[in-house]
Design a binder for this molecule. Structure first.
Ligand code: NAD
Length: 470
């Protein structure tokens, strides 16, 4: 089912789509920095003027509380816009480069140019943030954008389409709503760049489609983020951070701690503290809370319910099939070879696994796909350094979860199976533009040594000149 600009009755309206691509702001007539800033301000206005409607849509889709939705969706977008407006002038200036030492011969600068028309495909778990975060960078870098939000957050997708068509010209920004068939049709178009956030499986499809046309892509995918708690740093604050990060958005965050590995000596203590913390956050009957969060569709709900059978339920475990919600659950004694050990959980189930030997644990983790982030809670510098150097991940976070991703000043992205390419802040500007070298030759005459026929001593001369010329 589809609802908005560019699409009707599950068929893409090619005239709007083609018009968008043809008229795309970046094609010939590059947007001036002031105009880009104006577009960012329009987006800012859209978010602030429609805050209540957006928070309501997020609640309807995923049962998010207004506080959680504001902090994790709207606030990060508003901060990103402020950051872009602040750094755009400086970033956009051509950078002078030394070409050869004899600088009077030539002048070289490097400019950032927009790619043109960018397709943004986004997932359902943070349906507003993840649809608009790439758009902020893409617009700031001078591109036009076409957003395909997830069909599994339909209220947010529908509202976003309405608001964007009311605030923006379709030459600059369009939302097209629909399911995988619509996304498949969109992938047939000659985009200048594709930004994809979602699962590894669909990421592969998008990557293949883009490769056929040599379209550059950024892939922001998922994975299993391990969280290691050693024997040196188990405190109430640590447990509070982990439980908050895990059960935020009902565990449906790509950077949630997926599984916690706790040193055997503090394992029981961790479990007891985790249960206390869950009770403090969500009360004794979490399913009765309206804002506990829910799964977006039946398949996802059933997948998480199946995970509950793969170990012993230490705490929680109740489900509400009508609401598609599941209690924050702690799972222990995971059955060997269970799928929960290698599949991304993406739900409110926290496996807690004891370990005694760090190098054995690291060896096990090495056999799983590279995650978006590794979390470690420790005071032992050697342990921290060991885990950091032995394992790969998009980010490494010491003594905290989730918060590494909220700063516009540092880039965000995966490595290996968790994706490639970076965005957020200036990383977005770099990603959504290409560098163009502008070379100007200043001398009106030629040095004949540059041209054939070469003389017998020319090679020796070149060897001598190399150091002071280049
Ligand atoms: P998904 O891959 O199923 O869907 C993402 C988008 O792709 C949706 O808009 C969907 O309509 C579209 N799509 C589906 N089939 C398609 C096809 N054949 N061709 C083209 N597009 C298609 O992902 P999801 O279930 O919406 O999101 C959950 C996944 O996203 C998790 O794995 C999670 O870790 C990951 N994720 C990653 C990040 C990140 O920043 N790295 C952020 C959020 C979620």
């Amino acid at each position: 089912m589809v609802t908005k600009a560019g699409v009707s009755d599950n068929k893409i309206n090619w005239s709007i789509t083609q018009q968008h691509q043809k008229n795309c702001v970046a094609d010939s007539d590059q947007l001036q920095t002031a105009e880009r800033k104006r577009l960012l301000e329009v987006l800012q206005l859209l978010l602030t003027e429609n805050e209540t409607e957006l928070l309501t849509a997020l609640y309807k889709d995923l049962g998010k509380s207004a506080e959680e939705a504001y902090a994790s969706e709207l606030a990060v977008l508003l901060q990103e816009i402020d950051f872009m407006k602040h750094c755009l002038n400086k970033w956009q200036k051509p950078k002078h480069k030394r070409h050869i030492k004899l600088s009077s011969v030539s002048k070289t600068t490097v400019e950032h140019h927009p790619y043109g028309s960018i397709l943004v495909i986004s997932p359902w778990n943070y349906p507003l943030q993840l649809a608009l975060m790439p758009v902020i960078g893409a617009l700031a870098a001078g591109n036009s954008c076409f957003i395909k939000p997830s069909e599994f957050a339909p209220e947010t997708a529908k509202l976003l389409a309405e608001l964007i068509s009311a605030y923006f010209s379709p030459d600059v920004l369009v939302v097209v709503n629909g399911d995988a068939t619509v996304a498949t049709e969109l992938l047939e178009l000659p985009w200048d760049f594709i930004s994809f956030t979602g699962s590894k499986k669909v990421g592969n499809i998008v990557h293949r489609a883009a490769a056929k046309k040599q379209i550059p892509v950024v892939l922001e995918l998922g994975g299993k983020n391990p969280c290691i708690v050693d024997e040196t740093n188990l405190t109430k604050a640590v447990v509070q951070r982990i439980i908050w990060g895990k059960f935020l958005n009902a565990g449906q965050s790509c950077i949630a701690p997926d599984t916690v590995y706790v040193h055997q000596t503090v394992y029981q203590q961790f479990l007891q503290m985790a249960v206390e913390q869950i009770k403090q956050f969500y009360g004794l009957h979490p399913l009765e809370e309206e804002t506990i969060g829910r799964m977006p569709h039946e398949k996802q709900f059933e997948k998480i319910v199946d995970f509950l059978k793969q170990g012993s339920i230490y705490y929680g475990g109740k489900v509400d099939a009508t609401q598609k919600s599941i209690e924050p659950t702690v799972l222990t004694d995971i059955t060997a070879r269970s799928s929960i050990l290698y599949e991304e959980i993406f739900g409110p189930v926290l496996p807690v696994i004891p370990y005694t030997n760090l190098s054995k644990l690291v060896h096990e983790l090495k056999r799983t796909d590279d995650p978006l982030v590794i979390y470690i809670f420790s005071k032992n510098k050697r342990t921290i350094e060991y885990v950091k150097t032995k394992l790969r991940s998009g980010a490494f976070s010491l003594n905290q979860v989730i918060l590494h991703a909220i700063s516009s000043d540092s880039s965000f992205g995966g490595v290996g199976a968790s994706g490639f390419g970076r965005y957020h802040g200036t990383a977005s500007l770099e990603t959504f533009s290409y560098e163009r070298t502008i070379y100007t030759h200043l001398l009106p005459f030629n040095s004949q040594k540059q041209y054939p026929p070469y003389q017998s001593n020319d090679l020796n001369l070149l060897r001598k000149w190399r150091r002071w010329l280049f």
